[in-house]
Design a protein around this ligand. Structure first.
Ligand code: HSE
Length: 446
C-alpha cells in the first residue's frame, strides 16, 4: 500500500438515510477499493442519524453507530464530513449551519436549501474554512456542477438550458406519446411511483428553478437568487398544444434556462418548444439532460439519470472523494464552491421576465372570418414582433365545436417578452378572438 492510501480514512456521518443514503452505503461498499485508490484514503460512514432507527440499522449494517439525534453526529469530533440528506429548508438548514460551525465539511443533495439560503451557507463555510459540496443537488448523477465549475472554466458561458426534473419530463413524454391531458398522466405517474403524493414542487417548476438557480450562480459568477427566477410549471399545458407543436416540428419540454445578456441574466423555468430533431428534444421519460454553451467549447450536452438511489449516490460519493483529497489542503487551494472567487461575484442583475428575449408559440381560437388574420398580424407588426410561421387548424378538428371557429398557431422570431405582452393584450381584446390566447416560449438552442 502506498503511503497516501494508508492515511486515516475520512469519517462520514449521514443525516437521514432514505433512498439516497442507502445508495451511498451500497456504492461506497461495492467500490471501496477503487474509491480508496482514487481518493488516497478510505471513506467510511461511521455514524447515521435517522428518526427511523430500525430501518437505519438495517441499511447501515454492523459497525455503524445509529442515532436518532443528528446533533450527536455534529458533536462527534471524529466525524470529518456531514452528509445532509434530510431535504427542505427547516431542520436541514439549522443542522447544516451547526455542522459548519463545528468545523465539519458538508455534502448535501439539498437544492432547495442552497438555492434559497446558499449565500448565507457558503459565507458560513468560508468563514470556517470548510467545504460545502452539492453535486447531487442538480441533475442527480450527471456531474454538471463539476463540469460547469471546472471542466468549462476557460469559457465565458453564454447559456445553460436543461431538463432537470425527471417527474415532469416523464409526464410530458407520456402526454405526447398517448395524447393525454396533464391531469390524467399525473394520476398515472403517481400510481406508478414516478410522481410523489405531493408533486407540487416538481409540476410547478420549483424544483427545476432551484437547480437552474444553482447552475446560474456557477455559470456566471453571481449569487444564488432563487427569488428572482421566473417559474412556470406544466400544469396548464394541454395535449392540443403538444400536438400542434409537433406539427410545426417542435417538442415541448420543461426547461430551466440561465442566459447571459448584455444587461443582465435571464433565469427562468417554463414549458419550452425545442426543435424536434435536437438531442434535448429526444430526452424522454424521467431522464435529465443539460446543455451548456461556452464561447470556446461551443455547445455541450450532458445526459443521465437525475434521481434514484445510486445515480444520486454517485454524485454524493464524488463529493466525498473531493473532500478526502483536499482534507489537508489549505482552504485557498480549493476550487471555490460557486466556481468564482467569492470576492469576485458579479452584481449583474437577474432580468425581470419582461426583459427576456425569446421566440413564441401562440395559439388563438378565432372567428373564421375575412380579415381576422390580417388584423392580428398587423398588431404584431406594430409591436415589432416578427412572424416566423403560421398554420390554421379547423377548430372542429380538435373540439367538435363547428366550422365557424378556427385555431391559428403562430410562431414568432425572437422578441422581448414585454413587447409581446403589449401586443397580446391588444390581440386578446379583439372581438374575433374567442378564447384566452395560449402563449408558450420557444428556443432553438443553437
Ligand atoms: N423530484 C426530482 C425530479 C428529483 O423529479 O427530477 C429530485 O430533485
Amino acid at each position: 500500500m502506498s503511503s497516501s492510501t494508508s492515511q486515516k480514512p475520512v469519517q462520514v456521518g449521514l443525516l437521514g438515510i432514505g433512498t439516497v443514503g442507502g445508495g451511498t452505503f451500497a456504492v461506497l461498499r461495492r467500490n471501496q477499493a477503487e474509491i480508496r485508490r482514487r481518493a488516497g484514503r478510505g471513506i467510511e460512514i461511521s455514524m447515521v442519524a435517522d428518526l427511523n432507527i430500525e430501518r437505519a440499522r438495517e441499511v447501515a449494517g454492523d459497525g455503524v453507530t445509529v442515532v436518532s439525534d443528528a446533533r450527536q453526529i455534529i458533536a462527534n469530533p471524529d466525524i470529518d464530513v456531514v452528509v445532509e440528506l434530510i431535504g427542505g429548508y427547516g431542520v436541514a438548514k439549522a443542522l447544516v449551519l451547526e455542522a459548519i460551525a463545528a468545523g465539519k465539511h458538508v455534502v448535501t443533495a439539498n437544492k432547495a436549501l442552497l438555492a434559497v439560503h446558499g449565500t448565507e451557507i457558503f459565507a458560513a463555510a468560508r468563514a470556517k474554512g470548510v467545504i460545502v459540496a452539492f453535486e447531487a443537488a442538480v441533475a442527480g448523477g450527471i456531474p454538471i456542477i463539476k463540469s460547469l465549475r471546472e471542466g468549462l472554466t476557460a469559457n465565458q458561458i453564454q447559456w445553460v438550458a436543461g431538463i432537470i426534473n425527471g417527474t415532469t419530463n416523464f409526464i410530458l413524454s407520456e402526454m405526447r406519446d398517448k395524447g393525454l391531458d396533464f391531469d390524467v398522466v399525473l394520476k398515472e405517474a403517481q400510481r406508478l411511483g414516478y410522481a410523489e403524493a405531493d408533486p407540487t414542487f416538481d409540476i410547478e417548476g420549483v424544483d427545476a428553478a432551484h437547480k437552474v438557480t444553482l447552475m446560474s450562480a456557477i455559470a456566471f459568477g453571481v449569487p444564488v437568487q432563487f427569488d428572482k427566477a421566473h417559474v412556470e410549471g406544466i400544469t396548464k399545458l394541454s395535449a392540443t398544444d403538444i400536438k400542434y407543436a409537433e406539427q410545426m416540428g417542435y417538442r415541448i419540454k420543461l426547461l430551466g434556462i440561465a442566459r447571459r445578456q448584455a444587461n443582465g441574466i435571464e433565469l427562468r423555468v417554463h414549458p419550452t418548444l425545442v426543435p424536434m430533431r435536437s438531442l434535448i428534444a429526444n430526452v424522454e421519460g424521467a431522464m435529465n439532460a443539460v446543455m451548456v454553451q461556452g464561447d470556446a467549447v461551443g455547445t455541450t450536452l450532458y445526459y443521465g439519470k437525475g434521481a434514484g438511489a445510486e445515480p444520486t449516490a454517485s454524485a454524493v460519493v464524488a463529493d466525498l472523494v473531493d473532500i478526502a483529497r483536499l482534507l489537508d489542503a489549505a482552504p485557498a487551494a480549493r476550487v471555490p464552491s460557486l466556481a468564482f472567487q467569492p470576492d469576485e461575484l458579479s452584481a449583474m442583475p437577474i432580468l425581470p421576465i419582461e426583459e427576456v428575449v425569446t421566440a413564441f408559440y401562440l395559439r388563438l381560437r378565432v372567428a373564421d372570418q375575412t380579415g381576422v388574420l390580417a388584423k392580428i398580424t398587423g398588431i404584431l407588426a406594430e409591436q415589432d414582433v416578427s412572424i416566423d410561421a403560421v398554420i390554421q387548424r379547423e377548430a372542429d378538428e380538435v373540439s367538435g365545436e363547428g366550422g365557424n371557429q378556427t385555431d391559428l398557431i403562430i410562431l414568432t422570431h425572437d422578441t422581448k417578452e414585454g413587447r409581446m405582452n403589449q401586443a397580446l393584450a391588444q390581440v386578446q381584446a379583439l372581438p374575433t378572438v374567442l378564447a384566452p390566447i395560449v402563449r408558450l416560449r420557444k428556443e432553438e438552442l443553437a
